[in-house]
Design a protein. Sequence first.
Length: 97
Amino acid sequence: MKTKHILEELKEAAAGFGLEVRMEKGRFRGGRCKVGDERMIVLNKQHLPEMQLIVLANSLRDLPLDDIFLKPAVRAAVEEVWRQNEPEAVYEADDTE
């Protein structure tokens, strides 16, 4: 499935959670935010669709996507973005030596 189609599917999913997805131009990465009482996800229209997908997928990360239907290709794309963008684990030094 093409990235643009995956983006459209994820925009619909975001709308189901009450999040408007806006495409804006400027010098910013994008992400989820709240303006007044309106919750939204802002994507930079100057970015490549692949970068927009990363921002959008990460913006949906803490929402219950398991509760909604996503096409298998869309779900796989989101999970791949999440896998590649895992927060780095923090390991404490072993002081027993």
